[in-house]
Write a protein that binds this ligand. Sequence first.
Ligand code: SF4
Length: 373
Amino acid sequence: MAIPLLQSMTIGAYLMKKRLMRVRRYPLVLMLEPLFRCNLACAGCGKIDYPDEILNQRLSLEDALGAVDECGAPVVSIAGGEPLLHKDMPKIVRGIIARRKFVYLCTNALLLEKKIDDYRPSPFFVWSVHLDGDQEMHDKSVCQPGVYERAVAAIRLAKQKGFRVNINCTLFNDAEPEQVARFFDSVKEMGIDGITVSPGYAYERAPDQQHFLNREKTKQLFRDILKRGRGGRDWSFSQSSLFLDFLAGNRTYHCTPWGNPTRTVFGWQRPCYLLGEGYAKTYAELMETTDWDNYGTGNYEKCADCMVHSGYEATAVQDTLQRPWRALGVALKGVKTEGAMAPDVSLDKQRPAEYVYSRHVEIKLHELRRQKA
Ligand code: SF4
């Protein structure tokens, strides 16, 4: 099982409390992006296409821990950019663990060997290593040969030192189901604790726009992969069984964007980790002033093909709470990979995309230059 008992029980207690208090919208995972700068330039990445003045910004230790306190989510996923480029990252991680929150530190692992002794194994800490497939798939995805080998060496070192290590894997429309299944077998042999897998979100600023999956292709791809591993039971996923069931086209889910609120150097990002349509100064402002009905598949053109965990895992977790027998059935029998799929959300009433990236960049640059003057 990819999620240890302590973590399952802590998150379960948090969810039950929110349910008993009848809180309608609450966070599950804080997505903390303390910088956008990266030491790779992947073709499918929509986060690194900022001017240098913005790439050079860092969330301070105080702002990072302040975001954790403001939001209150039981899990913090530190993404980026490459978090290991942040000089205060060990202090940020220690501060989050001291709050008894579970930290997933996402990394491409290029700096992991050099920095590993700045961290200690803990039941509250997981290395989440970016690995988009086997050597051929991953090096192609990150546009640089040799990265897979270095990531695997870092994974082995982290396991030897007693850390929990997951991989986070993003799939694109050139993924071959058999190759992905063999890759999942290979990470199991490496002793990986959990796999987080998602279809790539079609970032409008990503250099490669040709290889994003649409919903139909996503569902069929996941069916074709999961059926090669007994409906997914052969592998240890760090995701709920109902989220995997959704990816395989067996659930009609609406997005829960507030489930993974996102704090970046711009502020609290509206509405989700994938879309930067606006920014709030505080978490409370984000929750109170975002028109949530404007977003999600069926509501907004930019959401049409999204099936990413940062939007839908929280929906699957809600479903698990309301209908635990469903989740148990999928966990025991495996994800259904044959037969009719669940109907999809209609796109008839979605509003057209708004292209706001340049405006937000201009506002941020203006703010930075004013601070400097
Ligand atoms: S569907 Fe949800 S998670 Fe996906 S881009 Fe839209 S708001 Fe974000």
